[in-house]
Design a protein around this ligand. Structure first.
Ligand SMILES: Cc1ncc(COP(=O)(O)O)c(C=O)c1O
Length: 393
């Protein structure tokens, strides 16, 4: 008999009932250090007082109004995002994949309005992940995500990661946009080198192509800058955001330049919940904290500390781990064993991590994790690595 919850997830037998900062508490009382943070969602950990306050204050006043009316919390969050980024304008969604939908629509509408409706192709990269909607799976293109779901949304060309020649060969007059994650998340924590992002920007400028960055996982201060592309010193035309921006409340956004957004006039897009007062009240509280320079400094210091600890872990377990990669607090442990074995052993040792492709275990802790918590989490990973080796005999 089919379970009452559609069985699309392989769930771990863990039943968390409470969260406190970097800690998750299981129904049986066990305490876990959460280095997954809901896959980069709980950017400020669990039950952060400022976010609880923002949510409950707003909940006392007004939960929802339609986008038929003005929503001051939405305006305030858009103003903060515009003031802190390349963007001139913001549309709010509820998830990453909805941000992908709009980014694709916006790019195509741009060229339609410019009188070049043939520029519908969007170049994307193997190993990428942009969500589970029809545009999201077509954009990623992997068999794993698309098998059985044909006909797929047309107009995507997939090129291998880091293959400069293939990228250039894919560019023809039909290409209207390039869509890329500055750091691939699901693909196995693969950062795009700054030089490549600069090169992509130059290519887009030369050929008149829209550059769309998917910062759903790597954005919102996760890499130590408010958005990951800032490290390369270039800006996109359109950017997808979600996950961390709501700190655990469902919220996403598409940020764009005035030019890239010029086709999106009244009536061309909408969302019942997107930019809801509760979500935006929380989003404002998140932005106030994560965009502060001293917060970013601390993220970078903690990231250095975690990375150093992980290098030690890798050196101590050369049969389990191959290396550390990633940026900021978006780190991956490349494994010599099945990553899921490390993740499961971590559960036994009271530490939460997340598997990714390319034999990687992901570490995406809350951005405000303390040094003591990092040390304790890596101790627990050390025990987990021992357990994996023992189990293999
Ligand atoms: C880079 C990236 N884009 C898009 C998505 C889709 O986001 P959501 O699951 O909120 O639809 C994800 C989710 O993991 C992601 O990592």
């Amino acid at each position: 008999m089919i379970p009452s919850v559609l069985p699309t997830y392989s769930r771990a037998p863990l039943h968390f009932v409470k969260g406190e900062g970097t800690w998750l508490i299981e129904a049986d009382g066990r305490r876990f250090l959460d280095l997954g943070a809901g896959i980069a969602v709980n950017a400020l950990g669990h039950a952060h007082p400022a976010l609880v306050q923002a949510l409950t204050d707003q909940a006392q006043k007004l939960w929802h109004v339609s986008n038929l009316y003005e929503i001051p919390q939405q305006q305030a969050l858009a103003d903060k995002l515009v003031a802190s980024t390349f963007a001139d304008t913001v549309f709010f969604t509820n998830s990453g994949t909805e941000s992908c939908e709009l980014a694709v629509k916006m790019a195509r509408k741009y060229w339609y309005e410019k009188g070049q409706p043939e520029k519908t192709t969007i170049v994307t990269f193997e190993g990428s992940f942009h969500g589970r909607s029809s545009a999201g799976i077509a954009a990623a293109g992997s068999e794993k995500m698309t098998k059985g779901f044909a006909p797929l949304l047309p107009g995507f060309k997939h090129v291998p990661w880091a293959d400069h020649e293939a990228l250039h060969a894919a560019i023809d007059d039909s290409v209207g946009a390039i869509l890329i994650e500055p750091v691939q998340g699901e693909g196995g924590i693969r950062p795009l080198p700054d030089q490549c992002l600069k090169g992509l920007r130059a290519l887009c400028d030369e050929k008149g192509i829209i550059l769309i960055l998917d910062e759903v996982q790597c954005g919102v201060s996760r890499t130590g800058r408010l958005f990951a592309h800032e490290w390369a010193g270039v800006t996109p035309d359109i950017m997808m955001v979600a996950k961390g921006i709501g700190g655990g409340f469902p919220l996403g956004a598409v940020l764009a330049t005035e030019e890239a957004a010029s086709g999106m006039t009244a009536g061309t897009h909408g969302s019942t919940y997107g930019g809801n007062p509760l979500a935006c009240a929380v989003g404002c509280a998140v932005m106030d904290i994560v965009s502060a320079p001293d917060f970013l400094e601390t993220v970078n210091a903690r990231a250095g500390f975690l990375r150093q600890k992980l290098e030690g872990l890798v050196a101590a377990h050369p049969d389990v781990f191959e290396g550390v990669r990633g940026m900021g607090l978006m780190l991956g442990l490349k494994c010599k064993v099945a990553p899921i074995d490390v993740v499961k052993a971590g559960y036994e040792c009271g530490v939460i991590t997340v598997p990714a492709a390319d034999n990687v275990v992901r570490l995406l802790p809350p951005l405000n994790i303390s040094e003591d918590e990092i040390s304790e989490a890596v101790n627990r990973l050390d025990f987990a690595a021992d357990a994996v080796l023992e189990a293999q005999g």
